[in-house]
Design a protein around this ligand. Sequence first.
Ligand SMILES: [Zn+2]
Length: 245
Amino acid sequence: MNYDASAIQQKRRSGKNTCKEKSSAIQFSQGKTKTDRKKIEIKEGQTFGRLTAICFNGKDRYNHPIWMFLCTCGKKKEISAISVFKGVTRSCGCLRKENSKIMKSTHGLGHLDEYVIWCGIKQRCFNPKCKEYRLYGARGIILCDAWKHDFKAFYEYIGPRPTKHHSIDRIDSNGNYEPGNVRWATHLEQANNVRSNTILTCRGESKTMAEWARSLGIAYDMLCQRVCKLGWSHEKAILTPKLFT
Ligand SMILES: [Zn+2]
């Protein structure tokens, strides 16, 4: 509202003072022309959207009445009576917050299952309050920097989840969520992958099968075959050069 309009309204209302004197009901006119002038009346206990009028609470700098409202969320707030009466304001602000949350989760890539999974990884790795944090973040397992703040980069690497039965698997389960160490896998595939955590001991040194494979420069599958299928001892599996199988 510009200065002139507010001055005119103040003039119009001068001498009436109905708002201050009648705290249970308030009436005033709004609008510059006869056609859009509308009588506005608010009574205690009246509801508008999530808001219930509690009491008249003075006027703002434009001389417009302010009421105290109670929102269904439990919050009390002073709001311009015009704004509430016209339906512009329907809550203490909680409605807008809820809507923007819904917008965020439905726009762009936020609606994807993969996005929810990515959020879950971040929780496990970085939120000490997360139930699973002790198995991830607390063990030093992280989501790499390139993916931590960039869902798109993560998604471009991992691609769409093949089926609902697939979840994120870390190939070396002591390794991070990072390029080269993640894939989609079914629960069965993941169970098989537990072998990569099998500890092999050779000449007093213990490492996981995946770590041995990496440090020896041989294929993980080959090492796994020697131990799991051929039943070789750990020492033999580790010390035999790769040409021998
Ligand atoms: Zn509210």
